[in-house]
Ligand binder design. Structure first.
Ligand code: ADP
Ligand code: ZN
Length: 298
């Protein structure tokens, strides 16, 4: 079985081919340019691959309602040229196979549940803290969809007392993404996060905001595992600070072993490492193939 996977990011696209065991046999990556150019490169990549299905985990917001005329579109993104872009439609014309389609973070959450840190669980939260901030959610073994899909990266948090930065979200200013995404760190300190020393105030502030959001997610969604991925989380010294802050925030109210004694195994990096996004898309493609097979056997 050959499954195509596309991690459609605002900065770069990653395309790959893998199998039902989650192993990626081949992949390539290119920068996100104008949709026509980028989607043409995606088609070129898959043309000789003979895939049975394709899964796409995309930056958003995206349309997930199967009966909507704009199903498969990226909708209101501030990214130039990509708003109202029919991603699934453009690829379906070239590849008449089942398509899986969801947000990058919902896909990554599914990948982690299938092959990574959340295996055996049926409820988890997957954060990416990178160019943007997104939170993917699984509940009852299913990716959470509703009116749209969760957009937890745009929720506001309490302010860190030492932080006067206005925030850079184009829609909300100081939402979580506006305060804590990689570009927000860079704008606040005039230096990319990767160049700031680990004892810099930046990391106390960053951990504070991430911990605020995780606390809210625990109270609202009750995940069995919280997985933190994305470029900023390569600063792995943030993990112990975030865990300690979450325990303090909960203050014994959610008094489960996971949120106190076993917090080191509760808030964790992706089990699939840097491949979490691509494997998530692979898991979506696999799911689409299984659903198509089940529908045709009726
Ligand atoms: P994307 O969000 O496009 O999928 P990433 O998850 O790699 O890509 O996020 C890119 C963001 O993460 C950039 O803003 C970059 O400054 C930040 N970043 C990447 N590596 C690091 C690092 N080691 N430390 C801190 N920030 C980083
Ligand atoms: Zn926002």
């Amino acid at each position: 079985m050959r499954i195509g996977a596309i991690e459609a990011g605002g900065t770069k696209f990653v395309c790959g081919v893998g199998n039902e065991r989650g192993s990626v046999e081949d992949w390539c990556s290119f920068p996100t340019e104008h949709p026509e150019t980028t989607l043409a490169k995606v088609c070129d990549y898959f043309r000789d691959k003979g895939v049975d299905a394709i899964g796409i985990g995309s930056f958003g917001p995206i349309d997930l309602q199967p009966d909507s005329p704009t199903y498969g579109y990226i909708t209101t993104t501030p990214k130039p040229d990509w708003s109202n872009c029919n991603v699934v439609g453009a690829l379906k014309r070239e590849f008449p196979v089942p398509f899986g389609w969801d947000t990058d973070v919902n896909a990554a959450a599914l990948g982690e549940m299938t092959w990574g840190a959340a295996q055996g669980l049926d409820n988890c939260a997957y954060y990416t803290i990178g160019t943007g901030v997104g939170i993917g959610l699984i509940a009852g073994g299913k990716r959470v969809h509703g009116l749209l899909h969760p957009e937890g990266g745009h929720m506001r948090t309490r302010r860190h007392p030492k932080d006067r930065f206005a925030g850079i979200c184009k829609y909300h200013g100081d939402c979580l993404e506006g305060l804590a995404a990689g570009p927000a760190i860079e704008a606040r300190w005039q230096s990319p996060g990767s160049e700031l020393p680990i004892d810099h105030l930046a990391w106390e502030i960053e951990s504070f905001y991430i911990a605020e959001s995780i606390t809210t997610t625990i109270l609202l969604h009750s995940p069995q595992k919280v997985i933190l991925g994305g470029g900023v989380m390569q600063q792995d010294h943030l993990f112990p600070i975030i865990r300690k802050q979450v325990v303090q925030n909960l203050n014994g109210y959610v008094n489960m072993p996971e949120t106190v004694r076993d917090i080191d195994r509760y808030i964790v990096p992706p089990g699939l490492g840097q491949r979490a996004g691509l494997c998530g898309a692979l898991a979506l493609g696999l799911e689409a193939l299984e659903q198509a097979a089940a529908a045709s056997s009726f």
